[in-house]
Design a protein around this ligand. Structure first.
Ligand SMILES: NC(=O)c1ccc[n+]([C@@H]2O[C@H](COP(=O)([O-])OP(=O)(O)OC[C@H]3O[C@@H](n4cnc5c(N)ncnc54)[C@H](O)[C@@H]3O)[C@@H](O)[C@H]2O)c1
Length: 354
């Protein structure tokens, strides 16, 4: 097991990365045996995982609350139903909530924990690859509102994060690939060790080899935790984690958040952003090829051509990274380091997408 820390001072927390089984001792060390625990999960998380988790916790007061699987559950309605449940169970600040699922469950549970009684303890036990390498770390919690995705939320760190590769065996292929997309992102924005691991082990990664998975999850978390600890409230360096996201979010929004997973959209977004980096003269053609080959080696879709600039334009222009009327892009250089810039020719975007 590897332990990586994130967060500062009082909101510092550990991320435990373990193999296929969850270390019972570690889990119970951090849970109070007497107080109440509510496990929040969704109907898509296989029952056997929920039963397993419940059996590992030494506590007589464990409750389970399930919401529907999918993005729709990141809603005010689910938020309210969980808050009602917490009142009904008479939860107080000594009790704990566990987010047990993918990013939807993590974001929703985190927001409930951040706001119930002005904040109670919560633990992230992510069960999708995307949530293991991305959403469970960094303390961003949110629900979606009709005005947009993730527009109501807060920054609220968990007490700890427990990652086990065992959950990934039941993950559908498209969800697995979604997580791989985010892993490649860390390799392209500065984690050279991760890039090498992917280049040397792409076949084992595709086959979900447990040992290699542990390695790539560890490297991804190292990059994410370092950046989010430096910039907890997203005022600076954290923006580089959004490599590929301006175009990826536009693809997701254009597709109505259906038909394409978050990671698949971000992967296409990274291909476009790498091409923009090339047309802007930040990377050589050989580096562009290297970036695209890395993505392709994991069997991820790189064909963004069905998404046309004319269709995505309106979403690109209203991206979160627009500040003072200027669109900021996250691009990469020849050393695969990412940087934010508002200085680019918009024709490079058109060329990259054509
Ligand atoms: N907070 C952050 O920093 C952050 C970062 C990235 C993404 N996100 C959010 O994360 C969400 C996407 O998360 P996601 O990709 O994990 O999707 P998800 O939570 O919708 O999970 C995908 C599907 O996998 C199922 N599932 C979960 N674990 C499983 C398992 N072990 N075996 C089989 N099926 C399983 C779920 O039921 C669901 O149907 C989005 O809402 C996005 O906004 C948040």
């Amino acid at each position: 097991m590897t332990i990586i820390s994130a967060g500062k001072k009082d909101s510092k927390y550990d991320i435990f990365i373990c193999g296929e089984s969850i270390p019972k001792v570690k889990l119970n060390e951090h849970l109070n045996a007497k107080n109440k625990i509510l496990i929040i999960t969704d109907h898509g998380v296989p029952d056997k995982h929920v039963k397993k988790l419940k059996s590992l916790i030494k506590n007589q007061n464990i409750y389970i609350y399930k919401v529907k699987a999918g993005e729709k559950s990141k809603s005010f309605k689910s938020y309210q139903s969980i808050i009602n449940k917490l009142f009904e169970l008479k939860f107080d600040r000594t009790d704990t909530i566990i987010a047990f699922g993918g990013g939807v469950i993590g974001d929703l549970t985190g927001f409930c924990a951040a706001t119930f009684l002005r904040g109670i303890k919560y633990i992230q036990i992510p069960t999708t690859l995307l949530s293991q390498v991305d959403s469970s770390v960094g303390g961003k919690t949110a629900i979606n509102v009709p005005q947009g995705k993730n527009l109501v939320g807060s920054f609220y760190n968990p007490s700890f994060v427990l990652i086990s590769t065992g959950f990934l065996k039941t993950l559908p292929e498209n969800e697995y690939q979604s997580g791989l997309g985010e892993i490649v992102k860390y390799a392209l924005i500065g984690n050279k060790k991760l890039k090498k691991i992917i280049q040397d082990n792409y076949k084992s990664i595709i086959k979900r080899n447990g040992k290699v998975l542990e390695l790539i999850i560890e490297e991804s978390i190292k990059t994410k935790s370092k950046i989010v600890t430096q910039d907890e409230k997203e005022n600076g360096i954290r923006a580089i984690l959004n490599f590929g996201h301006t175009f990826g979010h536009a693809i997701e929004a254009f597709s109505n958040y259906k038909k394409i997973t978050h990671g698949a959209a971000i992967t296409l977004g990274m291909v476009i952003a790498a091409k923009v980096s090339f047309y802007e003269g930040h990377i050589k053609e050989s580096k562009l090829r290297e970036a695209i080959n890395l993505i392709r080696s994991l069997d991820l879709d790189i064909n963004h051509h069905k998404y046309k600039y004319v269709d995505l334009k309106q979403y690109i222009k209203t991206d979160k990274k627009v500040s003072e009327g200027k669109l900021n892009l996250i691009l990469i250089d020849n050393k695969f380091n990412a940087f934010k810039t508002s200085k680019f020719n918009s024709r490079s975007i058109v060329k990259a997408m054509s």
